[in-house]
Ligand binder design. Structure first.
Ligand code: AMP
Length: 212
């Protein structure tokens, strides 16, 4: 059962993907994570993407599509979660071509719904472990010792694009480019909706409902 997880920034796509990987052996492809890894490694692609990401804009479609294509090749026998990709209808169109080539079918595009008023607080409070990627939130789920990951002891920091100015731009980009995917997936008959408000476990159970 291959999935697309989409929704506004701060909806909890990364958190839910991590649970699906851990508990259900999914293979996660997060274009945001892949881009941040390229930035950390200072690859030419990372250097190219960094400025765009820090402005809250979308990285060019061909770059992210290349990353996704490469990652799909590494999935083995596992079912795939596409987390944060596609981000606009052009990417979705390009994705179908790649999936057809690889003989992969997407069974559901799960939209995690969270109203705008919750997103800013969530994103401003978000903290991420630089080492293992575990996520925390200053308001809802702080690490036991500030700045130190509970799981691996790595440094817990704020993402470069989680400043108020960039968050507002990302939300605008989302509304313009990504939100139209709701109609797009609905027309294809694969749209599923789950509320992203509430406990992580409740949201997870909501997603699992579509997988059974
Ligand atoms: P995320 O980690 O999903 O919040 O993504 C962080 C940033 O990476 C976004 O604000 C974009 O700049 C970039 N990005 C991630 N996924 C995509 C995508 N599918 N297309 C274009 N840019 C992306």
């Amino acid at each position: 059962m291959n999935l697309i997880l989409f929704g506004p920034p701060g909806a909890g796509k990364g958190t839910q993907s991590a649970l699906l990987v851990e508990r259900d052996s999914y293979f996660q492809i997060s274009t945001g994570d892949l881009l941040r890894a390229a930035i950390n490694k200072q690859t030419p692609l990372g250097m190219q993407a960094k400025e765009t990401m820090n402005k809250g804009l979308l990285v060019p479609d061909d770059i992210v599509l290349g990353l996704v294509r490469e990652s799909l090749g590494a999935r083995g026998q596992r079912s795939v979660i596409l987390d944060g990709f596609p981000r606009n209808t052009q990417q979705a169109e390009a994705l179908w071509v790649v999936l057809k080539e690889l003989g992969i079918k997407i069974n559901a595009a799960v939209f995690i719904e969270v109203e705008k008023e919750h997103l800013l607080k969530r994103l401003l409070g978000r903290r991420v472990c630089q080492n293992c990627g575990a996520t925390y939130n200053e308001h809802f789920k702080p690490e036991l010792k500030t700045g130190v990951c509970d799981l691996c002891g790595g440094a817990v920091v704020q993402r470069a694009d989680d400043s108020k100015e960039v968050i507002l731009k990302r939300l605008e980009t989302y509304e313009q480019s990504t939100l139209p995917l709701k109609d797009y997936f609905s027309k294809l008959g694969i749209l599923k909706k789950v509320s992203g408000i509430g406990e992580t476990e409740e949201v997870y159970m909501g997603i699992k409902k579509f997988l059974n």
